[in-house]
Write a protein that binds this ligand. Structure first.
Ligand code: GLN
Length: 389
């Protein structure tokens, strides 16, 4: 057989998504891959049923249906504090996964560097490799997961093309403060770099933390490529609806990349999702309240387990410290956890540049009864997973 592409040799399949398959295999409560088990808003589902009988079965315009871009522009203009033009400043993509990949391919040439904070969402490593870019990792330090300004500036001195900013952060739950964002903005300006944001958890933020759109900082609109999606906000991860918002010159190029990558996001789903994009502000307040209550429920349960864990400021992930179990491999720990305890988790090593294997990630985007079931199974964890010496 002829040789397969070299670019695919240096990364594996996604461990996050692999752990969903492991969870299914063992019948585990799947708290690995982050997606809800509760229903999307009824209004969106009702609209979906109508749409199936309307005329939305062929391609939409490649960069997104007009109706969808207009509704999205209206919502994001309100939130980002700037008038966004639906006709020149938006590309609708197949999830933010495609948005991030398209953003990377829009800015990076092979050999270009990009700054990635560690821990990071798994996809960015593969995105960098696929687009030929080389990541420079800058550590975030627990418990607040802040960065050191001198380490970030040292990374910028290597003349990166872009910095990737996941805010609120997966997996560490960090919500960047205004001061931190301004520091990043100053460096991006000083070293003339783009900032590619992944803001899919923009509406899942716990008080008193607040989400600040990087593009809304003074002078940052011109150099920010904002990526996000409807997956988390409307509990429709399977619909694969994401988008890029950026200035027209960047969008022109991102549209080309997107056009040849996927042609377009699913037309009927875009039309049905317009209903969600038109929700009033109370929908987003309710969503944050719902996740706050899930976070509190789950954290209280985990505290009873006496395992050290992070407390997220945003997003819906928790990192648990499993050092005391004495496993050499966090991947093996997660296999054992799924098989013998019946709870699916993601090994922390999937998210860190540093050789970290004492953490696992659980998420709490689940119905309360699912969370209680997981907590029940985790009870007596120490008896179910013997400590390794
Ligand atoms: N963002 C979610 C996670 O980190 C799901 C990602 C995905 O599989 N597309 O688990």
């Amino acid at each position: 057989m002829p040789q397969l592409s070299r670019r695919t040799e240096t990364f594996t399949d996604s461990v996050i998504r692999r752990m969903t398959r492991v969870s299914l295999k063992y019948g585990a409560v799947n708290l690995s891959q982050g997606f809800p088990d509760f229903e999307p808003p009824k209004e969106i589902l009702d609209r979906l049923a109508e749409v199936s009988r309307e005329d939305f079965h062929q391609y939409s315009i490649t960069w997104g249906a007009q109706n969808f871009r207009e509704a999205l522009a209206e919502k994001q203009s309100r939130l980002m504090g700037r008038k966004i033009d639906p006709n020149s400043e938006i590309v609708v993509t197949c999830g933010s996964t495609e948005a991030m990949m398209a953003a990377m391919m829009t800015v990076a040439n092979p050999g270009d560097k990009v700054i990635v904070f560690s821990p990071f969402y798994e996809n960015y490593g593969a995105d960098a490799i696929l687009s030929g870019a080389e990541p420079i990792y800058v550590p975030l330090y627990p418990p607040e997961f802040g960065f050191k300004a001198d380490e970030l500036e040292a990374a910028f001195r290597q003349k990166p093309k872009a910095l990737i900013l996941c805010n609120p952060s997966n997996p560490c739950g960090k919500v960047f403060t205004c001061e931190e964002l301004k520091l990043i903005a100053d460096l991006a300006e000083k070293y003339d770099a783009f900032v590619i944001t992944d803001e899919v958890y923009e509406h899942i933020v716990y008080a008193p933390n607040k989400h600040i759109y990087f593009a809304s900082l003074p002078g940052m609109w011109e150099r920010t490529i904002s990526c996000s999606s409807l997956s988390k906000t409307y509990s429709i991860t399977g619909w694969r609806l994401g988008y890029i918002i950026a200035p027209p010159e960047i969008i022109d190029v991102a549209r080309k990349v997107h056009d040849f990558l996927t042609v377009g996001a699913a037309a009927p789903l875009q039309e049905a999702a317009v209903t969600g994009l038109r929700f009033g502000d109370e929908y987003y307040a309710d969503l944050a309240a719902k996740y706050t209550s899930k976070r509190d429920l789950f954290l209280r349960g985990l505290d009873d387990l006496r395992i050290a864990h992070t407390v997220p400021q945003g997003a819906y992930y928790i990192l648990l410290d499993i050092s005391e179990f004495g496993f050499e491999s966090d991947l093996e720990f997660c296999e054992v956890l799924a098989r013998d305890v019946g709870v699916g988790a993601v090994p922390g090593s999937s998210f860190f540049r540093e050789p970290v294997n004492h953490l696992i990630r659980l998420h709490f985007a689940k119905r309360d009864e699912t969370l209680y079931e997981a907590l029940n199974r985790l009870e007596g964890l120490w008896k179910k997973i013997p400590v390794r010496k």
